[in-house]
Design a protein around this ligand. Structure first.
Ligand SMILES: NC(=O)c1ccc[n+]([C@@H]2O[C@H](COP(=O)([O-])OP(=O)(O)OC[C@H]3O[C@@H](n4cnc5c(N)ncnc54)[C@H](OP(=O)(O)O)[C@@H]3O)[C@@H](O)[C@H]2O)c1
Length: 265
C-alpha cells in the first residue's frame, strides 16, 4: 500500500510498539497523529519524526476517558479533516493472581485495553464509513487466545478486543472499511516496567523486537485478514489450543502457574 500523505493515528505512541510503528509509517511518508498521556515522551517521538518531513500532531489523551477521546478527535479533525488508519495500541497489564488484584486493577486494564479501543472506534469509524475507506488495526496479543494465570484480567481485555473486532469485521463487509487484529507474543518494550512484573524474568529468549511488530501493523493496515499473529508460526499454537484444548491448556496453565508461584517467593 502507498502510505504517502495518508493520515495514521496511533494510540500508545509514546513508547514501545506504538513509537516504532509511528517511525515505520513516517518513513513511508504518512502523516502521524501521536496519542498517549505523556507529553514529554510524545515530544521526543515527534522530534524523531522530523527527519521524514511528514505532518505530525501530538494529542495528550487518556484513551480510557471518553471525554478525553472526543476532545482529542476535535484536534485531529481540525488539522487533518479525517484519518485513514487507526491503530489502537495503547495498553498495559498488571501481573498478579485474581485473588490479589483489586477490582480497580481489573477495571483499569479493561478500561484502557478494551474501552479505550471502543471509544476510538466509535469516534473515528463514522467518518471512515462516510468516505468508504479506512482501516482499523487493533493490537491485541497471543493472550487474546490463551487465558493465563497471573494475567487473567489482561487476557480478558484482549479476548474482548478480538471478539469485538471479529463481530465488527462482519458488519464492515462491503463498506470499504477494514479491521485487522495484530497479536504478538512477548515483545521487548517498557510494558514490563510496570512494578507488578518486578519478580518476573524480563524477557524470554523468543521475545520480539518492537520493529517486527510494527512491520506487522503496517501489513495489517491493508489486510483482509481478521488476525495476524506475530510471529506467524505462533498461529500453530492457537490452532493446537482450539483443536486439542484438553492437551494444550494444562501445559500452558502449569508453566504460567509455576511462574506465578515462584514470583511470590
Ligand atoms: N510488550 C509485549 O510483550 C506485548 C505483547 C503483546 C501485545 N502487547 C500489546 O502491545 C501494545 C503496546 O504495548 P508495548 O509493549 O509497546 O508497551 P509500552 O512500551 O508500555 O507502551 C504502551 C503505550 O500505551 C500508552 N498508554 C497506556 N495507557 C494509556 C492510556 N490510558 N491512554 C493513552 N495511552 C496509554 C503508553 O503511553 P503513556 O504512558 O504515555 O500514556 C505507551 O505509549 C499494548 O496494547 C500491549 O497490550 C504487548
Amino acid at each position: 500500500m502507498d502510505f504517502k500523505n495518508k493520515t495514521v493515528l496511533i494510540t500508545g505512541a509514546s513508547s514501545g510498539i506504538g513509537k516504532v510503528t509511528a517511525i515505520e509509517f513516517a518513513k513511508l511518508g504518512a502523516n502521524i497523529v501521536l496519542v498517549a498521556r505523556s507529553k514529554e515522551k510524545l515530544e521526543k517521538v515527534e522530534n524523531e519524526l522530523k527527519k521524514f518531513n511528514v505532518k505530525t500532531l501530538i494529542c495528550i489523551c487518556d484513551v480510557s476517558n471518553k471525554e478525553n477521546v472526543i476532545e482529542m478527535s476535535k484536534a485531529v479533525f481540525e488539522k487533518f479533516n479525517s484519518i485513514d488508519i487507526l491503530v489502537n495500541n495503547a495498553g498495559f497489564a498488571i501481573y498478579d493472581s485474581v485473588k490479589e488484584l483489586s477490582i480497580e486493577d481489573i477495571e483499569s486494564q479493561m478500561k484502557t485495553n478494551y474501552f479505550g479501543m471502543i471509544y476510538c472506534v466509535k469516534t473515528f469509524l463514522p467518518i471512515m464509513l462516510n468516505r468508504k475507506s479506512g482501516h482499523i488495526v487493533n493490537v491485541a496479543s497471543l493472550a487474546a487466545s490463551f487465558g493465563l494465570p497471573g494475567i487473567a484480567s489482561y487476557c480478558a481485555s484482549k479476548f474482548a478486543m478480538l471478539g469485538f473486532s471479529e463481530g465488527l469485521k462482519h458488519e464492515l463487509k462491503d463498506t470499504g472499511v477494514g479491521i485487522t487484529v495484530v497479536s504478538p507474543i512477548m515483545v521487548r518494550t517498557e510494558f514490563f516496567d510496570h512494578p507488578s512484573f518486578e519478580k518476573m524474568p524480563k524477557y524470554s529468549p523468543t521475545s520480539l523486537d518492537p520493529k517486527t511488530v510494527a512491520k506487522a501493523i503496517l501489513r495489517a493496515s491493508n489486510s483482509s485478514r481478521l488476525e495476524i499473529t506475530v510471529p506467524s508460526v505462533s498461529r500453530i499454537a492457537v490452532w493446537l489450543k482450539h483443536t486439542f484444548p484438553f492437551f494444550i491448556n494444562p501445559i500452558m496453565g502449569k508453566s504460567f502457574k509455576n511462574q506465578l508461584d515462584s514470583s511470590k517467593k
